[in-house]
Design a protein around this ligand. Sequence first.
Ligand code: EPU
Length: 420
Amino acid sequence: MEKLVITGGTPLKGEVTISGAKNAAVAILPATLLINGTCTINNLPNISDVKIYCEILEKLGAKITWHSPNEIYIDTRNIETTEAPLDLTSKFRASYYLLGSLLGRKGSATVGMPGGCKLGSRPIDQHIKAFEALGAHVDIGQGKIVAKAKKLKGNSIYMDISSVGATINAILVSVLSDGITVIDNAAKEPHIVDVANFLNTMGANIKGAGTDTIKVTGVKELTGNAVYSVVPDQIEAGTFMVAAVASRGDILLKNCITKHLEAITAKICEVGGTVKDYGDSIRVSCTRRPSRATIKTLPYPGFPTDMQSQMGVILSIAEGTSIINESIWESRFQYTEELNKMGAKITSQGKTAIFEGVKELRGAPVFASDLRAGAALIVAGIIAKGTTEIYNIKYIDRGYENIEEKFCKLGAKIIRTQED
Ligand code: EPU
């Protein structure tokens, strides 16, 4: 097992290139199962969730050729089984997309109960509701989900909660169905648009992704034979924006879609950061102690829950008292206990945390409780006085490509070493 050792105190300066979005990649990879042909996907982030997904696809019969660590050629003409390996699918959340795509292509799917970061209860009732609306029968038991359908017929689906995963699964299951599916109260996150764009490039007919009503007209086949580039990662970009402000640095972020960063940019400016928007790149700097702020996480285009813990680092050293209200996940304040070990003064109860800003953080041994908590602790380590050791970094590797390399190029002092 590895850990990160960070010697803090350096303002970050320079340029960083943002990778493809993890949450788009882990939906596009299973979406390839709907294609009776081949395709090339580039700008894939080189992260462990992508590697596990490729392993699963190969076990299902897909043939993958790696052109580079960020580009694959994939042939999904012969899918040999619809039973996904339970040990691999239980490792992460996004394995639930195999249900929609295998059901859509083959009429049956068996997938292990999805694992992933522990953020509180993570039901999948809206996914199941979508599958059943199109005529599937779903059974859950013995640690797995089995979905079967003799025929999938387009229908209306109203999402009780605008769930990212359920919206994508509703699209996946309906792409090859008979007739028209209308998904109302759909989630609008950039990766939903990206999955729809990918499928349309491969021959699907999906309209309205990015709005709250998505219309999918079923087609007979996706022939593929096209190249697709994954959208830049809005959360990785946001993480570097936070690091620029927290370290009182100056970072130019290349390869990003600044429109996707609006909610993050607004908060960065509110706490005292300076942001220059160049459309496909963005420069963020800060020369003073950040100001306090109030944040409520919301579905897109609101402030993303996946940026909550990173912004928490800024608020922990801000002048004055700040509040974060987490409205998506039940249990996303575990990182505050770790920041408190570094000298922060944060109290959290339920879905609210109160940050009494301190002047500085001090290095300490800390544990990443989930992916974004881990990223927040890296930023905390970079700005803290002294040495920070971060354990449980497997979480961070799930979703950030070459994270310590990228931070080190900006001046951070981070070493990856074996855990004691
Ligand atoms: N929900 C239900 N029923 C469902 C589905 C969701 O009640 O059937 C609830 C959840 O419990 C939660 C809310 O709806 O309270 C939103 O959940 P959503 O389904 O939108 O989340 P998800 O699809 O499981 C994705 C990202 C998460 C991100 C959330 C919210 C992926 C693989 N994961 O999860 O990303 O926090 O959307 O934006 O796309 C991360 O990247 O660190 C991460 C956790």
